[in-house]
Ligand binder design. Sequence first.
Ligand code: ZN
Length: 365
Amino acid sequence: MPFSDFVGNPETVHRLREMMAHNRLPHAVVLSGAHGSGKYTLALMLARALNCLEPPADGLPDFCGRCSNCTRIAQAEDLDARVAEAVDARENLRETEKKETRIFVQTHPDVLVIPPDPPQLMIKVDQVRHVIATIYYRPGEARERVYIFTDSVFMKEAANSLLKVLEEPPEFATIFLLTENPGELLPTIRSRAMTFALGPLASAEIEALLAKRRPEWNPRQRALVAGLSEGAVGRAVSFDLETYTAARSHALVLLNSALRGSDHSQLFKTTETYRPGADGREKTDVLLRTLYSLLEDMLFLQSGTAQLVRNTDIMGELRKMADAADFAWIQRASEGLGEVERGMRRNLLRSLSLDAFATALERVS
Ligand SMILES: [Zn+2]
């Protein structure tokens, strides 16, 4: 029973399936939830349940996962890979065609996935026009035309165009609008849709899931990943623990060097690995996010809310750091990180920005 594969938020899933059973699923459904909370997974499951050719006979609507509709829709599951293919295909077009081509993912003739169009990563008016151009035709191989906006960040004109469809949707189409923040949608769009929220899962639930899906991790690592993914299943199961751990050991070198302010050789050895170019940028982004999360954990320890600490596997070291720093130091460190981020945007040399970050904190402490 494939809906049973969906992890978490059973009430929401149940409600959606019940509405479907009574033919009451709205034409526009907003699925809201954090990054990695399962919005896209659920939308694709609903698309299959709406169109499965051999649905299980008993119970609430479900899908077989084997018929030609189910299997073709499932090909869109790896969204990142499908979007990358579409972007590559566009890159290979002639300049004039490139400008007019918008990014879509379509693995079934009646199911269209609409991701934000790069490089601006917003839904553009031409993408919505394509929806309008197709939505009023009866589906060919499915019962229901399905449109999935994978992230509802609409350019203004695009939002206005979408509104027109939502005012008069055909009876055989369902539009899913996925969003991390429903407040970003136009109120006029929200009022024409029904919103279903996917909330965060408890850490224990995520840890239990990781025990099955990532058996190579030990319980300490599973607890760490559960904390860092903030209740989002998708983030937890795809978590790159190796990259994170490497970034964190660098972040600890920077913070400890700033707190102790003695020998700089380890600091410089670390920061010089942050090179210019795209790889260096990504590595620096991960480092900065990790630095923020460590500073936040230090604040939790200082304010007596140790239960909120996410880097639980290095609690001892965090306590030592929290004891050595005070609130003002942590605040200066956060501001310093802001400086580094602005420097990155001005293309300052990363290693120098990071050295300046660590040594500036040391001088005033
Ligand atoms: Zn099926």
